[in-house]
Write a new protein. Structure first.
Length: 264
């Protein structure tokens, strides 16, 4: 990778590296990557993951996903339990870097700097609403393309066509909304196919900003209760994530804190 950008250090939580960073730093780094590419810097795409408690526990049990997140340039703490864990390991003052808010920060900067964004994921009607809402919020934002891939695995021919469309669009930043762990795997697999681009997995941000799903109130997001709000809105889809997977985080985190579990 050819880059002069210094990346924030990562703190291991159950073996998953989470970057000690903030909105402004991630936005500045992404802008620097775009400018480097425009100046002719080579190398694979840069990719940023946003990792919450579900991602931490999934990474603990699934090596492939853990390795994918650890291969990212930046992995932000996208959940208050992750923030609290980082603070407990000595990352003083760590704050949450929430995917939907980070997407807005990057779109605001893109509108100011003239960067071109591409949307990959979700349903066609969601993408249309998302593009319209983002351009309404940030006048001058250049949404240079969008693709709604099928829910089934794409064929090699379809994937090659998607890559061609992204490259032909002259995009600088690609927001990927496929859901975890599919979106992270997609970014890693396309790192060499989309040289120099900035790829970000933003999960439910597409549905939130398109107005399809209601976000939790700010006070619930800050107090670590967002999971409860989302569970009440989508119980059939999210019950396993929040009532089974994420509840494993506190005891495992305690075992790491007590050095019973050790990670590099």
């Amino acid at each position: 990778m050819i880059t002069s950008v210094a990346l924030p250090p990562k703190q291991s939580i159950l073996g998953v590296g989470i970057s000690a960073t903030c909105y402004e730093q991630v936005t500045d780094i992404c802008e620097a990557w775009v400018e480097e590419r425009r100046l002719g810097a080579g190398g694979p795409a840069h990719f940023v993951t946003l990792t919450d408690g579900n991602g931490i526990v999934t990474g603990f049990f699934e090596k492939r996903f853990r390795d994918t997140v650890n291969s990212s340039d930046i992995s932000t703490p996208d959940g208050m339990p992750v923030v609290w864990a980082m603070r407990s390991f000595g990352v003083a003052g760590q704050t949450r870097v929430y995917g939907p808010d980070l997407m807005l920060c990057l779109c605001e900067r893109a509108a100011e700097a003239g960067h071109r964004i591409f949307l990959y994921g979700a349903r066609p009607d969601t993408l249309e609403a998302l593009s319209r809402n983002l351009r309404g919020k940030f006048p001058g934002l250049r949404v240079c393309g969008m693709i709604s891939p099928p829910f089934r695995p794409v064929t090699p021919e379809e994937d090659a066509e998607h890559v061609r469309q992204i490259l032909d669009s002259a995009a600088d930043i690609v927001f990927v909304g496929l859901g975890t762990p599919k979106q992270e795997a997609w970014m890693l697999a396309h790192r060499d196919k989309l040289p120099g681009l900035v790829l970000l997995s933003v999960g439910a941000a597409f549905d939130f900003h398109a107005g399809r799903i209601e976000q939790a109130p700010v006070w619930m997001r800050r107090s670590g209760l967002e999971w409860f709000f989302r569970l009440t809105r989508e119980p059939r889809r999210l019950w396993k994530r929040y009532l089974v997977v994420v509840t494993m985080l506190p005891p495992l985190w305690a075992l790491q804190k007590l050095r019973i579990l050790r990670f590099e």
